[in-house]
Design a protein around this ligand. Structure first.
Ligand code: RP5
Length: 160
């Protein structure tokens, strides 16, 4: 199976990113996490993205806060799908990172999830890989089924 690469702009993003790592691990999806910043270590970030396909990655998740250009900078270097997680890390409560990540000009797409939406970033990366992996697709649909059952059990408990 192709790997998911998770890049975060700072070690301070790890508490948010950990949910993506945990979700991928639970689904048995190989993943690798690095701290590369678009502004502090631009060469390492660019090299990772430029070589990601040949290094066995199928999707890249990029998490960054403030003026969050990491996802766009990585996406500029690869045609692999890039998912951006805007991180809440400043006085603007993540709105700065959300707009910086989601408002990509035409030509270089970034699939942006919610502020701190690391779980959905991992699930979206799994869905992308599952397009060509039936076993993974089944795991994802089983997971949804289990979540639906949990909601219905709560409903039944509430109404008994
Ligand atoms: C961004 O600036 C990082 O992604 C982080 O969310 C934010 C703050 O970084 P630190 O100052 O905590 O390293 O580059």
């Amino acid at each position: 199976m192709k790997k998911v690469g998770i890049i975060m702009g700072s070690a301070s993003d790890l508490p948010i990113v950990q949910k993506a790592i945990d979700t991928l691990d639970a689904l048995g999806i190989p993943n690798e996490t690095h701290i590369y910043s678009a502004h502090r270590t631009p060469d390492e970030a660019a090299d990772f993205a430029a070589n990601a396909k040949k290094n066995g990655f199928g999707v890249i998740i990029a998490a960054a806060g403030m003026a969050a250009h990491l996802a766009g900078a990585l996406a500029a270097r690869t045609t692999l799908p890039v998912i951006g997680i805007p991180c809440k890390s400043s006085v603007l409560d993540g709105m700065d990172a959300l707009l910086s990540t989601v408002q990509m000009p035409s030509g270089i797409p970034v699939a942006t999830v919610a502020i701190n939406g690391a779980t959905n970033a991992a699930l979206l990366s799994a869905e992308i890989l599952a397009v060509s992996d039936e076993e993974l697709a089944k795991k994802l649909s089983d997971k949804r089924h289990a979540e639906a059952q949990a909601v219905l059990e709560k409903d039944a408990e509430l109404n008994k």
